[in-house]
Structures are given as structure tokens and as C-alpha cells.
Design a protein. Structure first.
Length: 213
């Protein structure tokens, strides 16, 4: 990851810039990757993504879920775009969208993000609505995310990403939460995330909620 054809850019602390500062574990920040900065991301063994900044304000990405490529009729792919703009030195805003495609149709996720802070220490609030592309019988899912990162040095940051999903047709509460926390470890041109996610459909009252590393 880094600038194509040149050295990795530096952040405000004179550390090599986070190669994936446009995202936390999955949720977007309002930062752009920067002109011709890009990365290849592999999440667990499933999600493979390639992203690049076409300018200092506009990023695109595309990817697939690798295991689905070996299932007949089950291939899943996705593309995304994000436009970012600085509001002030410590406030950035972004709007974008992600489209998920599969054999029976697809879903689209328009979103907006506000990031407060700087690339090495920041908090982002994001929201969007996951909508079906063609199936009128399917329902929309509202998404809210609060994520943050605090970088302690050139090689270590702690990170948290916390989702709330609002599902209108779900019984009882109609929403579930997915908090997560972990670390990001930095090399010269790469980063590795180690984290755990809790899936809770009963907002803290279900002690059997699965924990996904």
C-alpha cells in the first residue's frame, strides 16, 4: 500500500501514513486515500478489496468474497466510491455508496460520514440505508456506525467500530448491535488488523451473543 511509484506519504506525526486510513475494520472514515495512493485488503479469508484514490478527494474500490467464486451461482462482488472534503483542519466530511451484486439481485448502500480529529487520532460517525436494487418485497436496513482510532506510535493503534442496525421487519426490538475492538499494527507499506466483533440481537441482554475474531 502507498503512493504508486513513490515513497509512502507521512502523517502529521511524521509516521508513515496509515495505508488504509479511509476505513476502520470495515466502516469508512471521511478521509481520502489521496491521489494515486491505494491498497489491496484481505479481510480474513473472505473479503478481497482493491482501492485507489483517483484524486485527493475521490476514492474508488472493488472486490469480491472469494469463497463464493467456487459456488455455482453464488458469486458476490462489490464496488464502492467515496467523495471526501475537508470542512476544517480537524473536521472532514464524505458521501459515497457501495453496491453489492449477486446472482439473484443486489443491494446498494448510500452513506455519509463525519470525521473529527486527525488521521492518527479520530472519531467518525457514519450513517446509511442498505436498500435492495430490484426486489420490491425486501425491506431497507438503517445503519449507524461510530468508530475511532488512536495511534500510539509508528507501529501500533487501538481501534473500535460499533454498528447499530435498524431492521423494520425484525420481531421484538427491531435492531441489533455489533460492537468491536482491536488493534492495527503497521509496517512500512502495510497494516494488519486484529479484532473481535460481538453480534448482539438483544442490546446487551443476550449472554449467548457470538464473538467473531
Amino acid at each position: 500500500a502507498g503512493s504508486l511509484g513513490g515513497p509512502a506519504p507521512l502523517d502529521s506525526q511524521w509516521w508513515e501514513q496509515d495505508p488504509n486510513r479511509g476505513r476502520y475494520f470495515y466502516a469508512p472514515s471521511a478521509y481520502s486515500l489521496g491521489h494515486l495512493n491505494g491498497y489491496v485488503s484481505q479481510k480474513e479469508i473472505a473479503f478481497t478489496t482493491v482501492a485507489i484514490g483517483l484524486s485527493d478527494y475521490f476514492d474508488i474500490s472493488a472486490g469480491t468474497v472469494i469463497p463464493t467464486l467456487f459456488i455455482e451461482g453464488g458469486a458476490i462482488g462489490f464496488v464502492a466510491a467515496k467523495a471526501s472534503v475537508p470542512i476544517s483542519e480537524h473536521v472532514h466530511a464524505a458521501v459515497g455508496g457501495q453496491v453489492f451484486g449477486f446472482e439473484e439481485g443486489g443491494m446498494v448502500l448510500p452513506f455519509g460520514s463525519l470525521t473529527f480529529g486527525e488521521p492518527s487520532k479520530n472519531l467518525t460517525i457514519s450513517g446509511g440505508v442498505l436498500q435492495p436494487l430490484m426486489d420490491d418485497s425486501a425491506f431497507n436496513i438503517g445503519l449507524l456506525n461510530i468508530a475511532g482510532v488512536y495511534r500510539f506510535g509508528p507501529q501500533l493503534a487501538v481501534m473500535s467500530e460499533n454498528w447499530v442496525l435498524f431492521v423494520p421487519d425484525m420481531n421484538n426490538a427491531g435492531f441489533f448491535v455489533a460492537p468491536s475492538g482491536g488493534v492495527r499494527l503497521y509496517g512500512k507499506r502495510f497494516a494488519v488488523d486484529l479484532a473481535a466483533v460481538v453480534i448482539d440481537t438483544n442490546f446487551g441482554n443476550d449472554w449467548g451473543s457470538p464473538i467473531i475474531p
